[in-house]
Write a protein that binds this ligand. Structure first.
Ligand code: FES
Length: 106
């Protein structure tokens, strides 16, 4: 089974099974990963699903959309590989993906 690892700002790791057909935000919420709220339900309108993708994976998971960029641009914790996890459609090829969780969500 493909697995993603979420890493909290203080280094705690949470593994979750990747399920194709879901967004990475849905994976996190289903597994009760702390720090991913997904308040808008995946509409790229709240920013509470912000993750920072391991740079080694950024090409594999793809770039953010213009809509995503608009929301991320308002986030003071934004990093070069930041994504909104609700806009990341899970692929089985992401087995081993690691994403960092910001200390605070918007
Ligand atoms: Fe709201 Fe991703 S869940 S922006």
């Amino acid at each position: 089974m493909a697995v993603v690892t979420f890493v909290s700002h203080d280094g705690e790791k949470f593994d979750a099974p990747l399920k194709e057909g879901q967004s990475l935000m849905q994976v996190a919420v289903n597994e009760a990963i702390p720090g991913i709220d997904g308040d808008c339900g995946g509409e790229a309108a709240c920013g509470t699903c912000h993750v920072v993708v391991d740079p080694q994976w950024s090409e594999t998971v793809g770039l953010s959309s213009p809509e995503e960029e608009e929301m991320l641009s308002m986030n003071p914790e934004r990093q070069p590989t930041s994504r909104l996890s609700c806009q990341m459609a899970v692929s089985a090829a992401w087995d081993g993906l690691t994403v960092d969780l910001p200390e605070f969500q918007m």
